[in-house]
Structure formats: structure tokens, C-alpha cells
Design a protein. Structure first.
Length: 316
């Protein structure tokens, strides 16, 4: 038990040239494999969508004041989090039913959208229990300017703190990821779409005149996430006889918003240890394979040179 750690320490202290020639100890490879396994545990079903963020014309959406809000950088002073526990009632899609959850909402709860009359929301035409809206706050530079997470323990994980420092160092996150996770025992299907303010207004208030978006309108980084939940499992006998949707059992899930490293490298910051571990294992493996490949190539090239030399001698 003591010999293996000593071998690892001795191997790490060797020069790089000798370290490449010698095979890395088995314990080191086992440690790297355990790091990869612990970095990305799988305990639930997940659904992920990636989207590009940017400045949009600000449009007033009255109902957004009552929606939950999620931010890429959590903060207690702004009362924002990057993970939200939510629950929705599922639309039961029976076998052979060629309808989506959105079509069921329209059929059971009227046409999609509310009406805006005189700047105020009229009686809503539809409040479907199978759908939900979430405000996505993507203005990270504003949060950094306000001092969110500046060494006061507000930012929970190391990935959140790294994102905060990257924004402070003028790094611009252009792509984000929304992940919804729910228990593996729950047969649920999530349909998620991200809307800019103008498109969200048109979806919510289709009978209202389109909002004015002139050049002098304020710019915003807010986006709106629309979630539709459906279940492919047949409902119970009690829910089949129910006439109201509130008699169904709601499904709990968690929503997580995280920035991605780069649009051409869409990796969440929380997966950086996993990526680095994979690269390290690949480098170690290549270091062990490289000497054999090099000797084989030298042998092949030597044989080719000898054959060419023998051919020239015969020609002469």
C-alpha cells in the first residue's frame, strides 16, 4: 500500500524525457479515472438547450413581474439564483394521441395568449397549468459592477466564482445553457424554448398590437424561457375521473442556468475539471504510446531507405 504512492511521487519527479519513456504508475491512472467519474455524476434525467445571448430591444411584458427569475451568477443581495426548484402539472399524452402539450393547452384553456388593453393586462385567455415562464437574467457585467459575489461568500460554487472573475476580467460570455433535471423515476417530457422580449410578447398577447421597437428603445439582456411539461405515462383512475387539472400530481424539477466558455467551445465552466482530466489522461496515454510509435516509424523508414539504396545499387 505504501509502495504505490512512493512510485507515483518518484515518477512525477523524473525529468519529462524519462517520464515519457516510463509507463505511468497504475495508481495515477486510477486517480484520474475517479476524478472524471466524480466530476459528472448522473443521478437524474436532464434536458439541455444552448442559446446565444445578446442585446435586445426592451419590451414591457406585464406578466413577467410574477414569473420566477434565474441568473447565471447567483447573488443574495439581488435575490437571484442560478438554480431554481420548480413544479408543473403534466399534460398526459395517452398512447395514440397525436397532440402536443401546447395543443392540449389551447384545447382545454382557450387560445394561447393574454390581451393587453390600455397598457394593462385584461382577463387572461389562458393560464395553462402545463406551462411555465422563467425570466433569464443574462446581464453579467451589470451584476459584477454591482459587486455581486465580490468575496462576500454570495457565489456558491467555484464555477460561479470563476464566471464572476472572468466577467470582471472583461471576458464576454456569448452563449448560455439551460438545463432542466428531474428524477429518473418520473416519465416526463420537457419542451423548452427561449424567446427574446419581442417574440415573448407576441406569444403571450397575440391579439394586441405589436410593441413599438424604435432605435431609442432601451436595450436589455433579458430573455424568457417557456416550459411545457407532458407525461407519457397513463394517468391514475382518480385523475381520469377528475374534471380539474389541479387534481393531477405536479412534477418537481430543477432549472439551472450556466454560461458556456465560448460559442465554438460550448463547455460549461463546471465541466472544466473533467475536460482537463481527459486531456491529461490523453497526454499521459500518448506519452506512453509515443516511444513505441516512434521506434516503429524509424524502423519502417529505415527499411524504406535500405530498399531505395539497394535499388540504386542494382541500377548502377
Amino acid at each position: 500500500m505504501i509502495v504505490l504512492p512512493v512510485r507515483v511521487w518518484a515518477w512525477l519527479r523524473l525529468p519529462l524525457r524519462l517520464r515519457i519513456r516510463l509507463r505511468p504508475p497504475l495508481l495515477l491512472l486510477m486517480i484520474l479515472a475517479l476524478m472524471i467519474m466524480n466530476a459528472c455524476p448522473c443521478v437524474a434525467n436532464t434536458e439541455i438547450i444552448n442559446f446565444v445571448a445578446g442585446e435586445e430591444r426592451e419590451v414591457y411584458i406585464p406578466d413577467s413581474a410574477y414569473w420566477p427569475k434565474i441568473s447565471a451568477i447567483p447573488s443574495t443581495s439581488r435575490n437571484t439564483r442560478n438554480t431554481l426548484p420548480l413544479s408543473l402539472l403534466p399534460a398526459h399524452l395517452l398512447p395514440g394521441m397525436n397532440m402536443s402539450a401546447d395543443e392540449i393547452c389551447e384545447m382545454e384553456y382557450g387560445y394561447a395568449g393574454y390581451d393587453v388593453v390600455g397598457g394593462e393586462v385584461d382577463v387572461p385567455a389562458r393560464r395553462c397549468p402545463y406551462e411555465g415562464w422563467v425570466v433569464l437574467d443574462l446581464d453579467l457585467s451589470l451584476q459584477v459592477q454591482n459587486g455581486d459575489g465580490d468575496g462576500d461568500g454570495e457565489v456558491g460554487s467555484w464555477a460561479d466564482r470563476l464566471a464572476w472573475w472572468m466577467v470582471r476580467w472583461r471576458w464576454r460570455f456569448e452563449m448560455f445553457s439551460v438545463k432542466v433535471s428531474w428524477p429518473a423515476s418520473t416519465p416526463a417530457t420537457f419542451d423548452m424554448k427561449v424567446y427574446n422580449p419581442y417574440d415573448a410578447f407576441r406569444v403571450l398577447y397575440p391579439n394586441s398590437p405589436p410593441p413599438s421597437t424604435n432605435a431609442n428603445s432601451n436595450q436589455t439582456h433579458l430573455k424568457y424561457l417557456h416550459i411545457l411539461l407532458s407525461s407519457s405515462s397513463p394517468p391514475s383512475a382518480s385523475s381520469l375521473s377528475a374534471t380539474h387539472a389541479h387534481l393531477y400530481t405536479p412534477h418537481a424539477f430543477h432549472l439551472h442556468l450556466t454560461p458556456l466558455l465560448h460559442p465554438y467551445l460550448p463547455i460549461p465552466l463546471s465541466l472544466l475539471p473533467t475536460v482537463l482530466a481527459i486531456v491529461l489522461v490523453a497526454c499521459v496515454a500518448m506519452g506512453g504510446v509515443y516511444p513505441f510509435v516512434r521506434r516503429w516509424l524509424e524502423r519502417v523508414s529505415g527499411d524504406a531507405r535500405r530498399e531505395l539504396g539497394e535499388g540504386k545499387v542494382k541500377d548502377d
